[in-house]
Design a protein around this ligand. Structure first.
Ligand code: NDP
Length: 455
């Protein structure tokens, strides 16, 4: 049976190798998760909250160790890994406090003596998760799903199996009974059997469009509910009344955070003609000044991409865009030496029909797009197969809000980079997926919304 080899993307060296389990071993673990569900669903919110708060303690106590593991396996800079672990603790505490309120019965006035809506757990939920936030993406699913009374099985990305096992360990140390959260180190080819397992009632996936389509169609054939959080090519409209220093600071951080590999990163900068050249000059200076290097070095601004194949893929996209007429301003060359590094790259005069406009660039590459006026900017922003996040940068909040409401996306932020916040729903439209995570909306995705009528 093949194993999952973990390569440090900063050095190209093998860190670890994890034996995969077979589809039948996975099936046995899912069965255990099903068994665990039948007692877990009977626990009170107070019992679940206590364990969820203990899980938050685990993240806080072992922050440095877990952060270094994430950085070693997928290359994000160490400070951002620490922030990711802090965010995991925050989500655990958020749902420990609010789950009961989100799922409390809602009385409805009818002719009945008593009628209401109850929110009941469903069973085992399968989570297929990506490597870009190897801890956070999993906890974003697990904290609400488990607080609702479900159990979870995880198929994590092959290149972050160390993080996957560390998560399973953290749940165990926090005191969650066996089978409540289980890592299944299966290959993606064996996911079909897991989805079809009778104990699995629903699937959530964060990742690429092809992975999403494959998993959603298998789940659909078995009539199992799915939530899909897929890619994005978020447009940020830069208006002519903007503070250019602030806007280019946001643009630089937004495009380079997590080494350019965030689904809600600012990817297409749609800039009004009047300030286009000034924006591009300043943005170029800042992107050039950002230091690429060892992600463990505290002075590094951005590290390598997660894998060499992903780096090579984005380089092909850059080359294709240039052939199609985009202008390379900086970057665009694979550096000598080991690791999956790719330099901060800017493509200017990007237009619809070019690779950089039409598809997601999941790395440190920014597309700068020229717009004639506000309406043209909105039209360009909405000319996309994706609809995850979006943004407006402006000196006038009301003008910004008016535009934000016209953008076709799951979220629109004015003068701030799109972030996920446990208090607000998170998800996309169009090819960015469907369903919502976080907030009260997220926890209600994996519950039976049940009508109760007492005549
Ligand atoms: P994938 O979508 O291929 O991987 C995400 C997860 O899905 C992994 O656990 C992967 O497992 C699994 N997976 C992949 N294909 C299947 C399948 N057919 N059936 C079941 N599970 C599957 O991401 P990549 O690592 O290949 O990254 C490629 C692109 O995905 C990026 O360039 C980016 O566009 C997008 N992406 C988007 C993310 C987001 O947050 N929206 C996050 C990560 C990637 P395994 O690792 O074993 O293949």
């Amino acid at each position: 049976m093949a194993s999952a080899k973990i390569i440090n993307p900063a050095t190209g060296e093998k860190i670890e190798e994890y034996d995969r389990i077979s589809a039948s071993e996975a099936s046995e673990k899912v069965k255990q998760a099903g068994k665990a569900y039948r007692s877990w669903k009977k626990t009170s919110f107070a019992e679940r909250s206590e364990l969820m708060n203990k899980l938050a303690d685990e993240f806080e106590t072992h922050k440095e160790t877990l952060a270094r593991l994430a950085t070693r396996e997928m290359g994000k800079i160490i400070e951002q890994s620490r922030k990711e672990i802090e965010k995991c603790a925050k989500i655990c505490r958020y749902y420990a406090e609010h789950a009961e309120g989100f799922l409390s019965e809602e009385a409805v006035e009818t002719e009945a003596e008593k009628s209401y809506v109850a929110f009941q757990p469903m069973g085992v939920i399968l989570a297929v998760m990506p490597w870009n936030f190897p801890f956070y993406q999993v906890i974003r699913f697990a904290a609400p799903a488990l607080m609702a009374g479900n159990t979870g099985v995880l198929k994590h990305a092959s290149n972050v199996q160390g993080c996957a096992f560390a998560l399973e360990d953290a749940f165990r140390k926090a005191g969650f009974p066996e089978g409540i959260f289980t890592n299944l180190n299966v290959s993606s080819g064996d996911v079909k059997e897991v989805i079809e397992h009778p104990d699995v009632v629903a699937v959530t996936l964060t990742g690429s469009d092809p992975a999403g389509r494959s998993v959603a169609s298998i789940a659909g054939a078995s009539l199992k509910k799915t939530v899909m959080e897929l890619g994005g090519s978020d447009a940020y409209i830069v208006l002519d009344d903007v503070d250019l220093e602030e806007a280019t600071d946001l643009a630089t951080f937004g495009r380079l955070q997590n080494n350019g590999q965030t689904c809600i990163a600012a990817k297409r900068f749609v800039v009004l003609n009047g300030i286009y050249d000034k924006f591009l000059d300043l943005f170029t200076k800042k992107m050039k000044a950002a230091k690429m290097g060892d992600p463990m070095d505290e002075s590094t601004y951005y590290g390598p991409m997660a894998r060499v194949d992903l780096r090579d893929e984005i380089h092909e996209q850059v080359k294709k865009s240039i052939t199609q007429g985009a202008r390379l301003v900086i970057g665009g060359a694979v550096p000598e030496g080991k690791g999956a590094y790719y330099p901060a790259t800017i493509l200017a005069e990007v237009e619809p029909g070019m690779e950089a406009f039409d598809n997601e660039l999941f790395g440190p590459v920014a597309s700068v797009i020229r717009a004639d006026d506000e309406d043209h900017a909105v039209k360009l922003a909405n000319t996309s197969q994706f609809g995850l996040g979006s943004g407006v940068m402006t000196g006038n909040r009301e003008r910004g809000e008016k535009i934000a409401l016209q953008l076709e996306a799951g979220s629109s932020f004015v003068n701030k980079l799109v972030v996920s916040d446990p208090r607000l729903p998170f998800g996309g439209i169009k090819n960015s997926g469907y369903g919502r995570e976080l907030s009260g909306y997220g926890i209600r995705e994996f519950v039976n919304i049940k009508s109760v009528w007492i005549a």
